[in-house]
Design a protein around this ligand. Sequence first.
Ligand code: ZN
Length: 346
Amino acid sequence: MSFTSVIGNASAVARLRAAIRNGRLAHGYIFAGPEGVGKTLIATEFAKAILCERGGDDACGECGSCRKFGHGNHPGFERMEPEGKGRVIRIEALRELQRGLAFGTRGAAHLIVVIEPADRMLPAVANAFLKTLEEPPAGIMLVLITAQPAALLETIVSRCQMVRFAPVPRADIEAFLMKQRGAAPDAARLAAAMSDGSPGRAIALLDGGLAAQRDDLLEKLQDLTPDNSPDLVEQLVRSIGKGSASSGDQRLAARGLLNLVLYIYRDMLSARMAGEDYPLHSADCRQAIASAAQRLDADDLLAAVDMLIEAIGQIDVNVNLEMLLDDLLGRIAEMNARSGGVRREA
Ligand SMILES: [Zn+2]
């Protein structure tokens, strides 16, 4: 792996490579941008390139340093993440890091510490951390990764170089999935559309059998009645990891799930309104989408799309996810009943 494995965010990568080339590395960087757009991957490649013994602006992949890095045991690279139930960076962990940094770069030319997510520090910890940023030992670089730069202390931000990351364009992700992952064009298109500009999420969606999940949902949504709607709610609540995953992961999964449902209804609306040659997100199941769409009024499909967009907007506003799904599916079931959209009696 090297910078060539990164897709998107070309200007951020170019800026980091130029800093390596010109020997103008900062002591602290903040990598800010939405989840899943490549901040962690780029921070890792940045560190690997800095440590590479060949001295270019990208890792060679062959020298002793690059090999150690590849094996995950390079003394010049360290990660720090929040721990425990509260998922916060604890003062004990910070003290341990600071004690370690006092020994310098441990024989490596540099020591790069990646802290992610860096916004999970209580104010007292952030203040203690500031000391390290103010007087960094020689050769030490801190890379703070965050999706919420506004949550960082202003004094921390002012001592770091800010590098901003953006979602990767859909067409780039689609091309990447086909070229690098051998995905079929239809599958690549659906996963890219659903990924919110995150190559990592697109890969996970592809590997997680997105098309199969969509087909299952399309079936069950068509058959949804007020009577069987609680069963589907239960299935979906399980699928977003309720009871096992962290609240953040559940919301991420719920967002992916509702986005998938939204794409199904958008496609049905296109099929209903535009006839044969409409472009679909799910071009591979055109027939099933078109026949599902025929059973519903265009007005209802439009209302369903609006309802889903609204529900997706509520996911992050601390709404009870089970209630949100229950309400949403209840309304879809009513819509089915009203327009005779149910294929067979439950
Ligand atoms: Zn190397």
